[in-house]
Design a protein around this ligand. Structure first.
Ligand code: FES
Length: 80
């Protein structure tokens, strides 16, 4: 599964660094390092959304740092 997190300036201000570090933690905790490929991506033109722009296998989501855990459970663990 390929997950990309936008590190463009708008998403950076909305906390992309926190989203990335939480995701890395959760991937490691769940033993998914070889299943979930986390990547940074540059601005994809979706800065208008409320949260940080994250894609999961090409599907676009908007994730706030405080929602990262829920997002991970639902969209990442829920799809494996
Ligand atoms: S900065 Fe993230 S979508 Fe533009």
């Amino acid at each position: 599964m390929r997950v990309t997190i936008c590190i463009g300036s708008a998403c950076h201000l909305k906390g992309s660094r926190d989203v990335i570090s939480k995701m890395q933690e959760m991937v490691a905790q769940n033993g998914l390092i070889d299943k979930v490929d986390l990547n940074g991506a540059f601005c994809s033109g979706n800065c208008v959304k409320e949260g940080v722009c994250v894609t999961v296998d090409g599907e676009l989501f908007s994730v706030k740092p405080e929602d990262t855990e829920n997002f991970f459970h639902k969209e990442i663990l829920g799809r494996l």
